[in-house]
Design a binder for this molecule. Structure first.
Ligand SMILES: Cc1cc2nc3c(=O)[nH]c(=O)nc-3n(C[C@H](O)[C@H](O)[C@H](O)COP(=O)(O)OP(=O)(O)OC[C@H]3O[C@@H](n4cnc5c(N)ncnc54)[C@H](O)[C@@H]3O)c2cc1C
Length: 398
């Protein structure tokens, strides 16, 4: 690791990697991550990534996103995300990301809760891994990108509300400064702070804490998304997600007597509330999710990873309902950014789950977050290339 870079990016999830890949090769970029580069929530995304399928779907896609977000969304951010989706997907295909296709080779689309149309691209039930591993592989081939694993950002270098780098800590607890005129926080959400979460435990809101220390503006920090369906387990650690697209494809929820008690495809916050209420009424720690209506072929082909994990936990989803419980899943709030992913501190950007541009409002629509991460990571890169650079940044000197 050097002392000086053109840009430092904190986080090797979809947002961090895509931002790095969108910077020109003449820029020296440092990417750091707390653990191994492939240990990010982006790798865990199962369901898929949304795409506007055509002008005829624009109003529905916009309305679905707004309705899920309780109409608290930033309309301009929503429009930008939806309108950018085709160029993002084209770019991913160009970078050799694979998505499921139909018999004639056309892209296949699935549906999740609160979507009025199937508009989600997927790859089995490991879409996030498919996208993020492809980006990581590409980043590793770039001479201008240095990836430093097991390196933790512990502070920013900042004075007079101008950022000039970060303070990092290595595995031996050595602490040192790394300087750059542009710093991008792509350090994910805060699930690691919760007892029950689908997130990696090391993704624990570090960027937010550091931002608070420097009086950087935050937004909607109480907007936490609880996912309605994670596999119930008595074991400690990360909760295993049963993707919303399982319900989108026809799975049903039952109470303790095997009776349906709610609409399985309502927005996540409302469904989680319905499940919690049912658990209380039944005096149980979970409800049942029945995947059998999907049929064995769909379960095995579309959801092989979920199927395998359930088997390992002692349940066969082709033959019996599985126990599910809501758990913390996503953070809609974050470090406040504008549409160029700029924070309130000069030279400091934030993108992906750690940021809040208002696109999700109070509640995120399924499969909008990978798309949002990529759209606004690219906008951060564009702003670094074409935007304002602090003219005199004395922090860049030793
Ligand atoms: C189980 C699961 C399933 C999901 N399914 C979907 C889906 O189907 N579709 C969808 O759109 N979204 C889905 N999501 C949400 C989506 O995956 C995330 O919101 C998105 O990938 C966030 O990307 P990111 O790059 O912002 O952060 P992450 O991918 O979480 O990466 C954060 C990075 O920051 C690093 N980091 C954190 N703190 C520090 C620090 N102090 N110093 C150095 N590095 C640090 C981490 O090590 C990591 O590399 C899912 C999430 C989960 C958990």
């Amino acid at each position: 690791m050097k002392e000086y870079y053109d840009a430092i990016i904190v986080g090797t999830g979809a947002a961090g990697l895509y931002c790095a890949l969108n910077l020109p090769e003449r820029k020296n970029v440092l990417l750091i991550t707390k653990q191994e580069a492939d240990q990010s929530d982006s790798f865990l995304a199962q369901g898929g990534i949304c795409m506007l399928r055509g002008e005829e779907d624009y109003n529905d896609y916009f309305e679905d996103t707004m309705r899920a977000g309780h109409y608290e969304n930033n309309k301009k951010a929503v429009e930008l995300m939806i309108r950018s989706s085709n160029s993002i997907i084209r770019d991913l295909l160009h970078r050799k990301v694979t998505f499921a296709r139909g018999e004639n080779g056309e892209l296949a689309f699935t549906r999740e809760g609160a979507h009025s149309q199937p508009r989600i691209l997927f790859y089995e039930d490991i879409t996030g891994k498919q996208i993020t591993q492809t980006l990581l592989n590409e980043a590793k081939t770039k001479e201008n990108i240095e990836i430093c694993e097991h390196m933790t950002m512990v502070d920013l270098i900042a004075r007079d509300n101008i950022c000039g780098g970060i303070i990092v800590m290595d595995e031996q607890n050595q602490v040192y400064p790394v300087r750059a005129p542009h710093v991008v926080l792509a350090c994910g959400g805060l699930g690691g702070l919760y007892k029950n979460s689908t997130n990696y435990p090391h993704i624990a809101g570090d960027g937010l804490g550091i931002a608070m220390k420097h009086q950087i503006k935050l937004q909607n920090i109480d907007y936490i998304q609880i996912h309605p369906t994670t596999l119930y387990s008595k074991k400690p650690g990360r909760r295993f997600l049963i993707s919303e697209s399982v319900r989108g494809e026809g799975a049903l929820l039952y109470d303790r007597n095997g009776q349906r008690f709610t609409n399985e495809l309502q927005p996540r916050d409302l469904l989680s509330q319905a499940i919690f209420a049912q658990m209380e009424k039944d005096g149980t720690d979970f409800v049942w999710e029945d995947m059998r209506p999907l049929g064995e072929k769909t379960i095995l082909n579309h959801f092989p990873n979920i199927y395998q994990h359930c088997l390992e936990e002692g349940y066969d989803p082709c033959r019996e309902p599985i126990p599910v419980v809501p758990a913390q899943h996503y953070f809609m709030g974050g470090i406040q950014v504008d549409l160029g992913s700029r924070t309130s501190m000069t030279g400091l950007y934030a993108c992906g789950e750690t940021s809040c541009n208002g696109v999700h409002g109070k509640n995120r629509l399924a499969s909008n977050s990978l798309l949002e991460s990529l759209v606004f990571a690219r906008r951060a890169a564009d702003d670094i290339i074409f935007g304002r650079t602090p003219v005199k940044n004395q922090l860049l000197q030793k």
